[in-house]
Write a protein that binds this ligand. Structure first.
Ligand code: SF4
Length: 261
C-alpha cells in the first residue's frame, strides 16, 4: 500500500495498486480480472466491489509507474484497528515479513490449458516474460509453463514428429477426390496442458517474502503464482522480483523491470 496526497491539506489517503490477471483462451481472446488487496477485509476485492464501497474515493493513475490504484479511506479504520502499514519502512529496512501483495508482479498473463504452444511462445515473446500460470475456468492455477517447456516441446516435435505418412487405398481416394500417393496431415496441436509443469507450489498474497524466498529456494522454482482467498491468480512472483525487493529494501534505486522474469 502507498499513500496519495495530502489532498486539501488533509492526511494522505491510502491507495491500493490494482492487479490484473489476463487469461488468454484458445480463441486468442483475453479476459481481465482486476483486483486489489483490501487491508480491511484482509482479502482480495474486485474493482467493481471497491467502487461500490462506502470508503471508495477514486481511481488514480500514476504516469511514472504506469499503475492504477484504488484510493480509499482506510487510514482511520486501520489506525483504529491498531494496524500499521505492512510495507512501512521497507524502503529503508529489509522486512522479511513484508506481504507478497506489495512485491509481486501485479499484471499477470495466464493461459488456459487448451492454448497451443505456438501461442504460448508468442505471448512469452510479446510480453517479455519467461513463464506464466496455466489456469482452469475459474482462474485457479493448475500448472506453470515456461520458456524452457516451449523450447523442449519444439525440440521434441521437430519438423516431422506430428506429421503422418499415409498411402490411401484406391477405394478411399474416390470420395475425397484425391490422387493416390503420400499425404501430410495437419500437425497435431501441442497445447499448454501437454508441456506445463503441474502447479505444486503457490502462495497466498498475504504470505511473507521470507516464506516465498524459502519456498522458491527449497523447490528450485523461479516463479510462483500468487493467489487470493478463493484460489484465483492475482499475481506472480519471480526470483527477479525477490532480488529487486531486496535491493530496494537496502536503499538502492531500482526501476521497475522492463521485462519480468
Ligand atoms: S474501497 Fe473498500 S473494498 Fe476497496 S480496498 Fe478500500 S476499503 Fe477495501
Amino acid at each position: 500500500m502507498t499513500t496519495l496526497g495530502p489532498i486539501n491539506g488533509e492526511h494522505p489517503i491510502p491507495q491500493h495498486a490494482i492487479r490484473s490477471a489476463r487469461i488468454v483462451g484458445d480463441d486468442g481472446e483475453a479476459s481481465v480480472v482486476a483486483t486489489v488487496y483490501c487491508p480491511l477485509k484482509e482479502r482480495s476485492a474486485t474493482v467493481p466491489e471497491c467502487e461500490s464501497c462506502r470508503r471508495f474515493h477514486a481511481l488514480h493513475f500514476d504516469a511514472a509507474s504506469r499503475t492504477t490504484s484504488v484510493v480509499c479511506h482506510t487510514e482511520r479504520a486501520m489506525s483504529a484497528m491498531g494496524s500499521a502499514d505492512p510495507l512501512a519502512g521497507v524502503s529503508e529496512h529489509v522486512n522479511p515479513a513484508a506481504p507478497l501483495s506489495g512485491i509481486m508482479s501485479r499484471d499477470v498473463i495466464c493461459v488456459r490449458p487448451e492454448v497451443t504452444v505456438d501461442e504460448v511462445a508468442a505471448l512469452l515473446i510479446r510480453h517479455g516474460i519467461s513463464g506464466m500460470p496455466v489456469v482452469d475456468a475459474d482462474g485457479k492455477p493448475i500448472g506453470m509453463v515456461s520458456r524452457a517447456d516451449v523450447l523442449r516441446a519444439a525440440e521434441e516435435r521437430g519438423d516431422t514428429e506430428a506429421s503422418e505418412r499415409v498411402s490411401l487405398h484406391p477405394d478411399d481416394v474416390a470420395p475425397l477426390d484425391m490422387e493416390q500417393g503420400f499425404y501430410v496431415y495437419e500437425p497435431v496441436k501441442i497445447t499448454a496442458r501437454d508441456v506445463m509443469t503441474p502447479v505444486v507450489v503457490q502462495l497466498h498474497e498475504s504470505a511473507s517474502i521470507r516464506q516465498a524466498a524459502s519456498l522458491m529456494a527449497y523447490e528450485g522454482v523461479h516463479r510462483l503464482p500468487i493467489v487470493s482467498d478463493d484460489g484465483k491468480v492475482v499475481g506472480i512472483l519471480s526470483s527477479l522480483d525477490v532480488l529487486r525487493w531486496f535491493g530496494r529494501s537496502c536503499g538502492y534505486l531500482i526501476p521497475p523491470g522492463r521485462r519480468r522474469a
